[in-house]
Design a protein around this ligand. Sequence first.
Ligand SMILES: [Zn+2]
Length: 125
Amino acid sequence: MYSKKVMEHFRNPRNMGGMKNPDAIGEIGNPVCGDVMKVYLKIGKRNGKEFIEDIKFQTFGCAAAIASSSMISELVKGKTLKEAMKITRDDVADALGGLPPLKLHCSNLAADAFHEAIKNYKGKK
Ligand SMILES: [Zn+2]
């Protein structure tokens, strides 16, 4: 049912855990499978551009939700905010080698939680 990539990220999630003094937090819940995702961002500056210096997530949910969180954390880490904002829900699912249609909302959740964190960061400034 799940791709190899999904299973691999589910078993060894990257960047999982909390963060002390994050620059931004994004939290989103999903009533369909009860997934809850919290994303923490550390924003750095490089050549005058803000970038994702570090990202951590805490996800309580199904395998697809955990794999999606792990995948988006790898996709956006080190990217400038502008580049990272362009990462879509589809990019996350594609990078995972696709998700079963019933589980697409889980990869949507990861992208949404990330975008929420960026929005909160921008609102704070
Ligand atoms: Zn789910």
